[in-house]
Every structure is written in C-alpha cells, then in structure tokens.
Design a protein around this ligand. Sequence first.
Ligand code: PLP
Length: 367
Amino acid sequence: MQKKEFKLLPNPGIMSSPVYIGGEQPNLLDSKIIKLNSNENPFGPSKSAMEALGNSFDLINNYPSSSHEKLRKAISKIYKIDFENITCGAGSDELISFICQCFCSPNDEVVYTEHGFAMYRISASLRGAIPIKAKETNRFADVDNILKKCNNKTKIVFLANPNNPTGTFIDDSKIKYLLDKLSDNILMVIDGAYAEYIENFDAGLSLVNNHNNLIILRTFSKIYGLAALRVGWSYSSSWIAKIINQVRGPFNISSPAIAAAVAAVLDVDYTRDCLVENLKNREWLSRELKDLRLRITDSKANFLLVDFNSENQANKAFSFLKNQNIYVRKVTDYGLSKSLRITVGTNDECKLVKKNIQKFLELDNGL
Ligand SMILES: Cc1ncc(COP(=O)(O)O)c(C=O)c1O
C-alpha cells in the first residue's frame, strides 16, 4: 500500500528557525580527548553529587518528584531565596523555551544582545516571534541599546550576565538602570548560567523582590558539573513562577538528576574550590595567550573568547587543536568568525592549549 502524503504544516516559525549548533561531541571514553567546547566543569561534579546519583538508582521505577521540593529547598537554603518562587527545568534551555512559550506569540519582538546566547533567538523564533538584536559596545552588553530596541511589540528581553560566548559582565548599577527604565509590560530575563564563577555575585536574585517583571535563570550544567543530567532553575515573582508551572511537564526532571543537584548545591566547599581553580587557570591562560599577541575578551566566566587575525586563521587553529585532540568551539554562528571560544580546563589542559596555540602560530607565521 502506498503511504499517503502528510500535509499538515507545523506552527509558524518552527521550520524557519535556526537550529542550535553545539560543540562537537567526540568519544569521551578516549582519554586523550580534551573537550573544551561546551563550558563544562573540567573537574566534574562533587563527590557528594556522584554518591547521591548512585544512591538514586534504586528508585528509578518510580516517577520523579513533580514539585522538585527537595531541590527547591536546597537552592533556597544556599541562595537564601524564597522556596515558593523557584521553578526547575530540564536545563535552563527548557526554561528559556517555557518563557518564550508563555510570553511571546507570532510577530511579537524579543530583544537579545548582539552576541547573546543562541537559545534566546532560537526559542523566540520557534514561537514565530521576531528576535531583535541590540548592539553591544566592545562586546559588552549596552543597556541603552537594549532600551532603544524595546517598543510596544517587545515582550521579552534576554541578557546573559556573564554572557556566552563573550564572557563579558556588566555590573549591578547597569542592570538596575535597565530595570528602572524598562516598561513593566516587558519580561526581563537575566541568565546567570556562569554567575557562580564570580565571587559574591547573585546574578540579580536580590532584585526579584523589587521587580515583578524579572526572572533569573541558573543552571547545574556549569560550575556544578552536571550538564548531562539537565537541571536548571529560575527565580521570579510567584505570578511568573505560576505561569511557567502551567506549561511545565509534571516529571520534567529525573530523580537521579534531582538527587545529584541537591547534593551539588549543598556542597558549597567544592563549588568554591571550582571557582578558585577556574579563576587561577583563566587568568593564567588569558595572560599567556595575550603574550602570544592574541586578543582576549575580558571574561568573567569559565571560558575565553580568543581572536585570531582572520576567519581562515581561526579555522586553521581550530583544526590544528583538534588534531592534537583538543576540541574548542567555533563561534561563527554568533558573527564571531575570527574567534574561537575555549573553555578553561584544568591547569594541565590550559598548559596544553597554550603550548599548541603557540606551536600553531609559529607554523602558521612560517607559511
Ligand atoms: C548563557 C547560557 N544560558 C543557558 C545555557 C543552557 O544551559 P543548560 O545546560 O542549563 O540548558 C547555556 C549553555 O551553554 C549558556 O551558556
């Protein structure tokens, strides 16, 4: 029997949206591979998180908690925020998608910064909304440019602070200014995926009490080392939390993921060790690469954006590193074709990165 053609079209925006281009996923069982292309924690999760993960397997015949109560309580304790207004997602990606699902429709506008994280424009496009780019100044988010792009069609503003892939960070006074000037009818999303890499920085959590149109996003994929388990969370007014929970699936996070995330967030000493190590290695690598006359954007996160002379040179450096089993990230889809984004690895990994980039530059100049 001949199959009938399926003619139903998906919703507006779905087929015309760009698709997320992630870092390559080499075989990580090969111990020679150094994966520095997705800003993961090179030290992995804390021992307590691994233990909790192991202990959780006995229960996998049961559905996981739909309220994420234990996780929200642990987050609330560590971050000193109201348990009721925390919402958990399968990675912050899921929360970005929920936010677009809840707050924008076809032809609405969603503002994001020039080199803002790709999922903002992708999730907005998938809703048929129009992503609007606000120019940065020297790769730093420019709050006046963001405000200039807002009008009565704007529903959401997305800002990652620090941003990926630039690593740049803007201080609280600029965020407060932006929030004060922004219309109350626009949802402001501050994405703090890398916030834990900055000492004593809350990514705007304390501003939520005074701003009903603000939502903060956080993740367990970066400093907590649990990227594969897919856990993110948001903090907002109870009204926004209620709206997001309307669209959230009841069992969106698995019990192993919840158990590991609870243990990870409670292990503040380990988180602190990772912060200190990242800072040390990032500053070292940044200095060394600057000494090789490469331009490095000022990063407050766990990666560096490294500029080469040309797109061709960046591509050659990428391939050279890959041949040495070092996987870094091209950022052409962010309009940064001369740059490579390199996750700050362990001390040894940073040394290898430096050594190989130096070797590459010597050979490349010799051509
Ligand atoms: C700024 C930013 N937000 C969100 C995410 C998504 O993280 P998650 O793994 O929690 O979905 C990333 C991942 O790279 C990111 O860089």
